[in-house]
Write a protein of this length. Structure first.
Length: 289
């Protein structure tokens, strides 16, 4: 019996050790794998950062946090804002615009349209020092929309009636339970016009365009990258390598090292973006979309 134990000792001893010290062995294994896969450059402190603006803009919290982090990190000398978004809600789009504008005062920011840079996402991007568009990207749709439904006939067919107690003439403006009155439509139209005026005012200022010519570059026109360049909504039409090169050039870094996204952050970003993309937009929401 002892003979057999001694015979298999080289096999059983390591197994018993692993069983008793599983967590330690697992940690050492992870560290070894990470060490073997570590790029020497990744040990250097990053001095450039890419921030992605992807999907419908329904909340600005996540990207505002990244912008603020890049703003406060003295090692980061330049930022690439990679945009592929159809736009979204007005308020978060405006928040991102102001955050990018503030960041661009401190360190260079290049916005890159990798797919779609439209409406709210274009609004968010105009605070950058330069805008470069992928040759196959779509740009523009500078406009504002407010939508609802008139479900009164459906409600009548299924025997549903609404009851309302209100104070304020326009408290029900935008309701989906009936057709809007002329006064309500005029009130909502006033909101839309005011928001659109703010939008084109910022575009005209940031892109050095004449506000009175907004029908040429705004008015919800959708442009190809080259067409957008013709109306001066973008500065260049080029691949992302050019956008990265411009960030390096403007940042004046000698040895560019791009910050790598944490794997957990990458997973969470995909999860959040997927969730947001599947959320139905509020029917009464004001959208730069």
């Amino acid at each position: 019996m002892n003979f057999l134990k001694n015979l298999f000792l080289p096999i059983t001893a390591p197994i018993r050790f692993i069983q008793r010290n599983f967590k330690t062995v697992l940690l050492l294994t992870v560290l070894v794998v990470m060490y073997n896969n570590t790029d020497p450059k990744s040990l250097e402190k990053p001095n450039l950062q890419q921030i992605d603006l992807v999907g419908a803009i329904m909340s600005a919290d996540l990207i505002l946090g990244k912008i603020e982090k890049a703003k406060l990190d003295n090692n980061i000398k330049g930022v690439l804002l990679n945009v592929n978004s159809p736009g979204g809600a007005v308020a978060p789009s405006v928040e991102i615009y102001y955050a990018i504008k503030e960041l661009a005062k401190i360190k260079p920011v290049v916005a890159y349209a990798s797919g779609i840079m439209a409406s709210g996402s274009y609004y968010a991007s105009i605070g950058a020092n330069s805008i470069i568009a992928n040759p196959g990207s779509m740009i523009g749709s500078i406009g504002v929309i407010m939508q609802s439904i008139d479900a009164s006939e459906l409600m009548a067919n299924i025997g549903i009636k609404t009851q309302t107690v209100k104070i304020g003439t326009y408290k029900e403006a935008g309701t989906p339970t009936r057709q809007w009155s002329k006064k309500e439509r005029e009130e909502l139209d006033k909101v839309i016009k005011g928001t659109y005026d703010m939008f084109i005012s910022h575009v005209a200022t940031e892109r050095k365009l004449k506000k009175e010519n907004h029908k040429e570059y705004a008015d919800a026109h959708i442009f190809t990258a080259l067409q957008a360049k013709d109306v001066k909504l973008v500065d260049e039409v080029a691949p992302i390598s050019r956008a990265r090169s411009l960030v390096i050039e403007l940042s004046k870094v000698q040895k560019p090292v791009w910050a790598k996204e944490d794997e957990l952050d990458k997973f969470m970003k995909k999860f959040i973006e997927g969730s947001i993309a599947n959320i139905t937009m509020n029917a009464n929401g004001l959208m730069a979309y």
